[in-house]
Design a protein around this ligand. Structure first.
Ligand code: TR5
Length: 143
């Protein structure tokens, strides 16, 4: 049988993600799996936590370090596109927590923070989250 190279494994994973994004319930405001992760009804590998923010490892990592940073309270932020002036404080907290995660993970040579927004942005979970990726050379453009 043909053995998949690491490259094709990772592009298959990426294709799965696009599929998941295409199939994901659109932005209905329904609860997501991340509510259960915040409530600790589903276990996650937590990297950082404070009063407002939770950071845990992505179940399908796209880099040696791949951590999701989410607001504990979604408060309407299904997507970044739903941000309102009342959200600016938590948006800042999420970015600051991303920097703490990068520091804790030791990705000192560089890292990337990504927000996928909506179906065309490849978003599959409708609870705002920042992806913190690092531990390898990133590419640009991100395609
Ligand atoms: O595609 P977007 O930007 O919406 O990112 C959603 C991310 O959530 C993907 O990278 C998924 O791999 C990740 N994900 C999905 C689930 C999950 C998770 N990360 C950690 N733990 C998870 N559980 C328990 N369940 C998921 N469905």
């Amino acid at each position: 049988p043909r053995i998949a190279s690491p490259r094709s494994i990772s592009s298959t994973r990426a294709a799965h993600n696009e599929e998941a994004a295409a199939k994901a319930a659109s932005d209905t405001g329904a609860p997501t799996i991340f509510d259960k992760i915040v409530a600790k009804e589903i276990p996650s590998d937590i990297v950082y936590e404070d009063e407002n923010v939770l950071a845990f490892r992505d179940i399908n990592p796209q880099a040696p370090v791949h951590v999701l940073v989410i607001p504990k309270l979604r408060d309407g932020l299904t997507t970044l596109g739903k941000a309102e002036p009342r959200h600016t404080e938590v948006l800042g907290q999420l970015l600051h927590a991303s920097k703490i995660v990068a520091e804790k993970e030791g990705i000192v040579d560089g890292f990337r923070v990504v927000i996928n927004n909506g179906a065309e942005g490849c978003q599959s979970v409708y609870h705002l989250h920042l992806h913190v990726l690092g531990g390898r050379q990133m590419k640009w453009p991100p395609v």
